[in-house]
Design a binder for this molecule. Structure first.
Ligand SMILES: Cc1cc2nc3c(=O)[nH]c(=O)nc-3n(C[C@H](O)[C@H](O)[C@H](O)COP(=O)(O)OP(=O)(O)OC[C@H]3O[C@@H](n4cnc5c(N)ncnc54)[C@H](O)[C@@H]3O)c2cc1C
Length: 375
């Protein structure tokens, strides 16, 4: 595989790299310590046009390809996986169904979200429905003039700061899952307390409940019971994006440890001169390069219009497993300082765990890759 970037892709990467170096790197530790949504940086990412990268120009986007988007995600995640997770949620899962299926009123919220003026979230997971999403129990009763929504959701990214949600629920009129647009100011929408997490602490997450929430007819996105059809449309992109998140945090860990190894001296020489340390970096480099190149390969296939569920799953599985392995190896290079809260390795290590879960766990991806192989 020989992969080269075109001019637009190079400029995109450089733009986000410069932004991350100048604005995100200095704030990344405090985003984690405060465990607060990084509102100011989130707005700045919106001003850079990130939220509209994957949408057409006629709706306010910039129609960038998946490769460019992945490069931008890698850079954001190199700076702060908390920020990157919040921003990717806004640019993809929280907004896609509004764009794809919303009427004029709903699309106004989509347009506001592309600018970062409104914040969205997606409510899929429930206390008893995680990987087995289709067992969800939230229910919308179909009335003549709309719907009444009831249910309990959990792990909703950006919920404490959200203006609207895309909600998956079943109805009394159709077998499958339906998708609803739900503004958070509606009566009966309750945002629970934030979930304390191991990592990506600045990407705030909480439980959400819907208690007899009345929704007008136009808040049904798509047709009754057809939600899974629309969900499948963005699965590939979500997996490529999660692979890019993993590559970003792994790059940060790798680069930090590499620099440290050149400065830290033991036995009268920099530790990078020891063969054991060199070998560890060689292993990390192989993991990082293959994860990055394969994620970009999956993105380029997507841009070429090929169906590549399998490649997207391989990209996500490989990148997230490599990222966790790289963070572990990088932490060992710093030894005690990799264990110190004052140094960033512990944050990379904690944050990277998220990439093993979001976009499908490694276990479920392996099962689905097996299915793609006809097993
Ligand atoms: C930081 C974070 C942010 C999140 N944000 C959102 C969000 O914004 N919106 C949202 O809806 N959800 C969100 N989630 C939830 C996420 O999508 C779920 O955690 C994920 O779907 C897994 O579900 P679960 O945690 O309930 O695990 P479970 O489904 O209970 O899985 C537990 C274990 O069993 C394994 N397992 C399950 N089924 C199988 C099977 N068939 N074969 C083999 N192994 C299996 C899994 O791989 C895993 O190891 C978020 C999660 C995290 C951690």
């Amino acid at each position: 595989m020989n992969y080269t970037l075109n001019e637009i892709q190079k400029v995109t990467k450089d733009t986000f790299k410069e932004f991350v170096d100048k604005r995100v790197m200095p704030l990344a530790a405090s985003i984690d310590e405060k465990a607060e949504f990084p509102m100011e940086l989130f707005k700045e990412v919106g001003e850079l046009g990130f939220f509209g990268m994957r949408y057409p120009e006629e709706v306010g986007g910039s129609n960038m390809d998946t490769v460019s988007y992945s490069l931008a995600v890698m850079e954001l995640a190199r700076g702060s996986l908390s920020l990157a997770a919040a921003c990717t949620m806004q640019s993809l899962m929280a907004t896609y169904f509004l764009y794809r299926l919303g009427d004029e009123e709903v699309r106004k919220h989509f347009s506001a979200a592309l600018k970062g003026a409104e914040i969205g979230g997606i409510c899929m997971t429930e206390p008893n429905a995680g990987t087995d999403l289709f067992s969800l129990q939230s229910k919308a009763q179909v009335l003549e003039d709309g719907f009444v929504l009831n249910g309990q959701k959990t792990w909703v990214t950006s919920a404490p700061v959200a203006d609207f949600f895309t909600v998956l629920a079943k109805t009394d009129k159709a077998e499958g899952i339906s998708i609803f647009f739900v503004p958070t100011h509606l009566k009966g929408v309750n945002i629970g307390k934030s979930i304390e997490k191991l990592g990506i602490k600045g990407s705030v997450t909480s439980e959400v409940s819907f208690d007899n929430v009345k929704l007008p007819k136009n808040y049904l996105l798509g047709e009754l019971g057809d939600g899974s059809k629309y969900l499948r449309e963005i699965l590939t992109e979500i997996r490529i994006m999660t692979a890019a998140l993993a590559v970003g945090v792994a790059t940060a860990a790798f680069e930090y440890a590499l620099q440290y190894s050149k400065e830290r001296e033991q036995f009268g020489r920099p530790i990078c001169k020891f063969q054991a340390v060199k070998m560890s970096f060689a292993e990390m480099a192989v993991q990082l390069e293959t994860a990055k190149q394969y994620a970009l390969h999956a993105a380029s296939l997507s841009d070429a219009g090929h169906t590549q569920q399998k490649e997207a799953m391989i990209a996500k599985l490989h990148a997230s497993e490599c990222a966790n392995s790289i963070c572990d190896k990088a932490s060992r290079v710093l030894a005690s300082y990799g264990y110190a809260m004052e140094y960033p390795l512990q944050r990379y290590l904690r944050d990277a765990r998220f990439t093993l879960i979001g976009g499908g766990t490694s276990e479920i991806l392996k099962i689905n890759i097996g299915k793609e192989l006809g097993l």
